[in-house]
Design a protein around this ligand. Sequence first.
Ligand SMILES: Nc1ncnc2c1ncn2[C@@H]1O[C@H](COP(=O)(O)OP(=O)(O)O)[C@@H](O)[C@H]1O
Ligand SMILES: [Mg+2]
Length: 465
Amino acid sequence: MSSYDIKKIIDLLLENNNNFDKACINQIIDCLNFNELLLRALDSVNEGISFCDKDGYLIYANKSCCNIIGTSKEEILGKKIDSFSKDKPLLSGILEMKKSIIDIEYFLRFKEKNVQLVNSGYPVFNDKKEIIGAIDIFRSIERTRKLTSTMAGYQAFFNFDHIMGESRRVKENIKLAKVFAKSSENILIIGESGTGKELFAQAIHNYSSRKNKPFIALNCANFQSELIDSELFGYEEGAFTGAKKGGKLGKFELAHGGTLFLDELAEMQIHIQAKLLRVLETMCISRIGGSRPIKVDVRIIAATNRNLEELVEQGKFRRDLYYRLKVLYIEIPPLREREKDVLLLAAYFIKKFNDKIRKNIRGLSNEAKKMMLEYSWPGNIRELENMLSRAIYICDGDYITDTNLELAGLKESKYKRFLKNEVVKIDKKVLVDTLEQTGGNKKRTSELLGVSRPTLYKLLKEYKV
Ligand SMILES: Nc1ncnc2c1ncn2[C@@H]1O[C@H](COP(=O)(O)OP(=O)(O)O)[C@@H](O)[C@H]1O
Ligand SMILES: [Mg+2]
């Protein structure tokens, strides 16, 4: 006989009438102890647990159930479960269907409060296979989001110590990024492909108060219009009222509390831009096919290698969104404008790859250094990194030579010459007109002309403007 078999204990009591023997008393004590343990155990777990009898009256709710929903045992016990919420409770569904429902997303409206849960419900049968009640076990969606993000690796790995650079602009960028990280504003990072935009975004996240929350990256160029919609906002698929079956969490919900990195922002279609703007204004999303607003607390770090201002002029990017995101922005210079950093980065990557593949290459030969400094690095640091990872394999001496670099794919590019010519093509009149248009603002002028600021200064000097 198990100690919680109350019926048998009662029978024993009745049989023995007033004549309790020691064994019987011990069994009663065991039974009471077990009951206490059971109740305390259920109150110790983080999941909400409640159950109802076969008529749908709530007969048990643990502590977490009350905490998650925001109520007390006194308020709900003994009441009909249908009376708590306008939506049909999961337990009613279980009693009706006599089947379990596992890990379903469930929206409970309780006293004007919206609670988003992940819920499982099970019917309870007696020995005769008659239903005698139903039990549900649930937790707030936060834990599921957290678990998803941990398991899917939604984390930022890099911090500011990983950003190499001695050139003035990079040092300034790092200083600026650290200040921005501590604010709660959205941030725009502008720079050519491979300049380290994502690296900066991760470092900012890890330097911010959101560092222990998810960092989620989404490349806007990778999705077609409808897909990016559901990637960002998720979708709902109705099962029965209240419960959603087969829906999907969007990146906004997954990034809750953390950072959403929107890479290649300029590729986002204009109607999605409108949605994004609304989310930034209201901090609420609604899933596709869903009607309820879901509150989200997400910081956006957006990155682009395009001239957004130009796209705004062409009507391809929303001006209001641009201004909203451009409150705090960082412009990362291309590698060819931070020549000081080329050899520094090369040394950094050589060390990294040496460690990785257990080689002991001591550096670059003088010719190799010269070649690297002359190259224009259209693919920026990503190109430098990839090229060196090949050169390390190719190199069979102590130092990487210019021949090794050539074999690794480094050629003096036409790109550099093309760029030089391009610069000369900006004629004096255009330069002066643009300067006038911007009221002498060099930064705006360089942006409008699509040249870097050092190049602009060179031109100003050349034309004696
Ligand atoms: N300043 C830097 N120091 C060290 N590694 C860098 C630096 N900038 C970029 N990288 C590396 O270069 C590669 C490309 O950077 P990434 O952030 O993906 O560029 P982007 O997002 O601008 O295309 C990554 O492997 C990154 O770690
Ligand atoms: Mg990138």
